[in-house]
Write a protein that binds this ligand. Structure first.
Ligand code: FES
Length: 282
């Protein structure tokens, strides 16, 4: 019988002692550790050319490298298993969302070899309905640093021209999937626990399901909350503001940044508008 591991969060003085963690067996742990290692190797390999220049080279010139492709972690049984390395389409997410309690669907993907999570939320259908459990929509909220300092508002994607490409469209967001704690790769429903179950609560709290989940030390992210926050470039120490999803629990210091995208003939293509935002892991 597969041995079960209990993944424990790091010790913290910031009130994390109540947090739950995922329980997975050895096979699952090895599979997702490999997934994390693959991502680290991918990014480490960029060191000599620079992260931003790599992306620009891969996705410039209108080539199909701007397409985001499904990525199926080895050994996992996910709804997109039959579409590994195929271009993501909005239709695929709509189909899967119809099987969901909440109408949501998420998937791991790759953009020019970099890890992303695409999340479909029935925003247009629900945005004018009463805010209630199980009726998800994207929420634009204020962002605060781990120290409690106000950074800015998610509403800036509607108010500021510089963020115009991040306006919500097609019921979808794309997130750069590196955990700002120690740079593991969070997953979407790759483990089953209270955070990842197909439920939803409003307000961007840690309660409710459909969070992305980092198995390394149990950080959680609510992809329905868009906020502004501050990150730090690990290579040069420089701080920068970004628009992203909210961290709701665990040791990660902030959430993960958005990747703007377009839908071209039904397929999802990333835009390299904010490459500096993806440097917090080096
Ligand atoms: S790397 Fe530690 S919680 Fe993600």
């Amino acid at each position: 019988m597969a041995r079960k591991f209990k993944l424990r969060p790091l010790e913290s003085s910031a009130g994390n002692s109540h947090e739950k963690s995922g329980s997975i067996d050895r096979r699952e742990f090895m599979r997702m550790s490999f997934n994390t290692a693959a991502g680290l190797i991918t990014t480490a390999a960029l060191g000599s050319v620079g992260f931003a220049s790599f992306l620009m080279g891969q996705s410039g010139g209108g080539s199909s490298d701007s397409a985001i492709k499904f990525y199926v972690p080895k050994g996992s049984d996910v709804w997109y298993s039959s579409m590994d390395k195929q271009a993501m389409t909005i239709q695929a997410f709509e189909n899967e969302a119809s099987n969901s309690n909440t109408g949501m669907a998420g998937a791991a993907g790759l953009w020019s070899g970099l890890p992303v999570i695409a999340t479909y939320v029935p925003h247009e259908e629900n945005r004018n309905k009463p805010l209630d459990a199980g009726v998800p929509r994207f929420q634009l909220m204020d962002g605060y640093t781990a120290g409690g300092a106000y950074v800015g508002s998610g509403f800036e994607i509607e108010e500021k021209e510089e963020y115009a490409s991040l306006n919500i469209h097609d019921n979808m967001i794309i997130v750069f999937a590196r955990c700002p704690h120690l740079c593991c790769i969070p997953g979407w429903q790759l483990v089953s626990n209270d955070f990842t179950n197909d439920t939803w609560l409003p307000g961007g709290t840690d309660s409710g399901g459909n969070k992305s989940f980092c198995i390394c030390h149990s950080s959680r992210y609510d992809h329905t909350v868009i906020e502004k926050n501050t990150a730090r470039n690990r290579s040069n120490g420089q701080e920068f503001d970004f628009i992203g999803v909210k961290k709701t629990g665990g040791p990660a210091p902030y959430g993960m940044p958005l990747i703007p995208f377009t839908v071209n003939g039904g397929t999802i293509e990333a835009l390299p508008d904010f490459l500096d935002w993806y440097t917090f892991c080096g």
